[in-house]
Design a protein around this ligand. Structure first.
Ligand code: CO
Length: 155
């Protein structure tokens, strides 16, 4: 496993529409391991592949419920409700903002072993899924936030 370098806002890779993952193999699994290690190291709850310089459709998420989710080629197939809450991003250190998101989402994705699965998410997980999937389309939360503020730590 290896720590990956996190790309910060301003890096062109963060503005790209990412390519679908075509090959699910040991190299991809090792990359997912590195992504998870990097996310945990920097206390993130999610990390998208372009944030570590690879414009492919893969994200890792752990909202602290003891479950590491790896979503390959994820697609949101249903959304329900809306809610506004605070977000931050490892690519935009020190900045937080209120973002409106769907309250609940259904997401289809491929696992690290190539199985297609469906996940129902609400609360923080739903927010995180939407935030990370936005990264795959070159969208940062600062592009869609209603308001932004600078903080040294999230309160
Ligand atoms: Co982010």
């Amino acid at each position: 496993m290896a720590l990956l370098e996190i790309q910060k806002a301003g890096s062109p890779v963060l503005k790209k529409t990412c390519e679908p993952v075509k090959r699910i193999d040991g190299k991809l699994r090792s990359f997912l391991d590195d992504m998870a290690e990097t996310m945990y190291k920097f206390d993130g709850v999610g990390l998208a592949a372009p944030q570590v310089g690879r414009p492919i459709r893969a994200v890792v998420i752990d909202v602290g419920d003891g479950r590491l989710l790896e979503l390959i080629n994820p697609v949101i197939t249903a959304r329900e409700g809306t809610c506004v809450d605070s977000e931050g991003c490892l690519s935009v250190p020190g900045i937080f903002g209120d973002v409106e998101r769907a309250e609940k989402v259904t997401v289809e994705y491929t696992t690290r072993y190539g199985k297609r699965r469906t996940l129902q998410a609400d609360q923080l997980l739903a927010r995180c899924v939407q935030h990370e999937l936005d990264h795959l389309d070159g969208i940062l939360f600062i592009d869609v936030a209603q308001s932004l503020r600078q903080e040294t730590e999230e309160s």
